[in-house]
Design a protein around this ligand. Structure first.
Ligand code: PEP
Ligand code: MN
Ligand code: NA
Length: 621
């Protein structure tokens, strides 16, 4: 382990004294920050991560020794590992997530807020000595390509080796971004401080998944600074992801005129060989990864993947909107992922080099989860480590929010543009939620402003991706409710503003979809998965001016014949029910939208209040 430091003089402390002179960088702000954190958190040693395969081997071996990881059978999943978290640390904690802007009005009503000085004082007390007995990892990374015009650097300091190895998958991490940070003078970076909050006293033995009952996931938007404490789980601890690439980046985008969004990015190639790019926003655990890797069921159409969770979108010199995926890996919800639903995700993880968290384990050292296969093995170890037998067990074998973490480069249908710093031009933006009623399979916005209204009023039933009740309908604007780093009303204003600043003809067309509508008997009205390619086809044919639509109170809907259902085992009545714009259901939706805007308060842009009036008028309400 390099580099170890001379022990501190104090006999009561096993903490290192200062930043090692052997630190592999000259970056002054970084060195100063590392020293400061060492002094505060008192780790037993410091390791600068270089992102090498040798380092991966060392850290995964240490994590096996400490009981955090189990190596999977290399025949089944080469170079892959399994982790079980503490049962209390299984999802993002939205109620413990804070936007600590100087002015509470900049955090807005949808975020938790605390005064930054107060939050820093609370958390500094928590961090004091919090890494005692542990190694502190310094993890340099870049969100998006390192050769971007303005590379988006970050450095995560963490006392979790699980976080360090996960960051190797999820970001461009290690020596290369660190060197790039000093290539043209000291570059800016987002400091991301993370501690599991479980110091080890001398002689105290570790647990497989150290964490704390006290959790804070905090953001200081003016300083572009992230502090996280108490959780080792995904979105709470891999700070390049939600914290940096959505919450902090949305603030940077607001200030600089671009968009940081909770969107997949895909390339769709028509039978005529024309390529289109689509960005689509769905709340967590609503199928972004599946849609990003969709295998179209309609002949002649092909999809390539660019990203499954986050899109950074900037306007190009030609006035079009270009998207890049800042991530380097996929952190997907495992349950429901299988050869039938997402064969490309299965091929991606089968190439190995992956981490699995809170799934079930077979007796042969492979992973298993609900939906991965038709047959359930006769015996499993469930996500808590208990013996699990199908038919006898009363709880799922895999946690509903269990995850695979895998390099995006292993995706067999990856677009060659995934690493292109210029991004890809977006032709269509799709918003979607999980609703049993009301929201039809697909509608198209009349224009950008109407599209922003669709996004701003997006609703969805809650999932296991965050702690709290599941299945509750809530507004989830642009699928960004937990991720907007500032006031939601200002965020809507920013969306409207970027539309006004650009030629309408260059803006992406906007659509709203719902794969999850149910019939009266409770069954899904639409088969979903690969069949969603039929909706993508309609989207593209709308852009090409080929597909017919009828104008409804909520936007343009497919005519009976314009949605291609050739070869699909579905009745005309079922298609009609999936597409139906039910005026009574939408009248019932109006007060919910009114309540939502009332909650946002006087920062709701007047354009969106106008859209609400128009909707009310069209519904005859
Ligand atoms: C996460 O839960 O850690 C996470 C990345 O969230 P999401 O499901 O929104 O991608
Ligand atoms: Mn997500
Ligand atoms: Na989540």
């Amino acid at each position: 382990m390099t580099p170890l430091l001379e022990p501190q003089s104090s006999p009561t402390s096993n903490a290192v004294a200062s930043t090692p002179s052997s630190a592999p960088t000259t970056h002054r702000r970084l060195l100063a920050w590392v020293s400061e954190v060492v002094e505060l958190t008192q780790p037993a040693d410091v390791r600068w991560c270089d992102g090498s395969d040798a380092e991966w081997d060392e850290l995964t071996a240490e994590l096996i020794a400490s009981g955090t990881l189990v190596q999977l059978d290399p025949q089944a999943k080469p170079n892959s590992f399994y982790a079980r978290t503490d049962p209390s640390d299984v999802a993002r904690v939205e109620d413990r997530t804070f936007i600590c802007s100087v002015d509470p009005a900049d955090a807005g009503p949808t975020n938790n807020w605390m005064d930054p000085t107060q939050m820093k004082s609370v958390m500094t007390d928590l961090y004091r000595g919090s890494m005692r007995g542990r190694t502190m990892y310094v993890v340099p990374f870049c969100m998006g390509p390192i050769d971007a015009e303005h590379p988006m650097f970050g450095v995560e300091i963490t006392d979790s080796a699980y976080v360090a190895v996960s960051m190797k998958i999820m970001t461009r991490m290690g020596a290369e971004p660190l060197a790039a940070m000093t290539a043209n003078g000291d570059a800016d970076f987002v400091p991301c401080l993370h501690s599991v909050g479980a110091p080890l006293e001398p002689g105290q033995s570790d647990v497989p998944w150290p964490c704390s009952d006290t959790k804070y996931i905090t953001h200081f938007p003016e300083e572009r600074l992230i502090w996280s404490y108490g959780s080792g789980y995904g979105g709470n601890s891999l700070l390049g992801k939600k914290c940096y690439s959505l919450r902090i980046a949305s603030v940077i985008g607001r200030d600089e005129g671009w968009l940081a969004e909770h969107m997949l990015i895909l390339k769709l190639i028509s039978p005529a060989g024309r390529a289109y790019h689509i960005a689509a926003a769905f709340p967590s655990a609503c199928g972004k990864t599946n849609l990003a890797m969709i295998q179209p069921t309609i002949p002649g159409w092909r999809v390539e993947t660019l990203g499954d969770d986050i899109a950074w979108m900037r306007f190009g010199a030609d006035g079009r909107l270009y998207a890049t995926n800042p991530e380097y890996g996929l952190f997907g919800v495992a349950p429901g992922t299988g050869w039938g639903t997402n064969p490309n995700a299965m091929r991606t993880i089968d190439r190995g080099n992956s981490l699995f968290t809170n799934v079930a384990l077979t007796d042969h050292g492979d992973v298993w989860w609900e939906g991965i296969s038709e047959v359930t093995p006769p015996h499993l170890a469930d996500w808590r480590g208990n013996s699990w037998v199908p038919g006898e067990a009363t709880t799922p074998a895999a946690h509903p929010n269990s995850r695979f973490c895998t390099p995006i480069r292993q995706c067999p249908i990856l677009s060659s543009d995934y690493d292109n710093p210029a991004g890809v031009p977006i032709d269509a933006i799709i918003f979607g939620g999980r609703r049993k009623t009301t929201v039809p399979l697909v509608t198209q916005a009349r224009d950008w402003q109407h599209g922003v209204f669709m996004g701003a009023t997006l609703s969805s039933e809650t999932t296991a991706a965050a702690t709290g009740a599941v299945g509750v309908v809530r507004r989830d604007p642009m699928a960004m409710l937990p991720f907007i780093g500032y006031h939601a009303g200002d965020y809507f204003g920013h969306w409207l503003e970027v539309g006004k600043q650009h030629d309408a003809a260059n803006l992406p067309a906007v659509f709203y979809v719902n794969w999850f509508r149910r019939s009266a008997d409770g069954g899904f009205l639409w088969p979903g998965f690969g069949e969603n390619s039929r909706v993508l086809k309609w989207v593209i044919e709308r852009i090409e001016g080929k597909a017919a639509a009828v104008e409804t109170p909520i936007g343009y809907a497919p005519t009976a014949g314009s949605l291609d259902v050739t070869g699909l085992d579905i009745t005309e009545a079922e298609v009609a029910a999936a597409l139906e714009v039910d005026v009574d259901e939408w009248r019932a939706e109006l007060p919910l939208i009114e309540d939502w805007f009332a909650q946002i308060g006087d920062k709701v842009p007047t354009e969106l209040l106008t859209e609400l009036d128009v909707l009310r008028g069209r519904l005859g309400g």
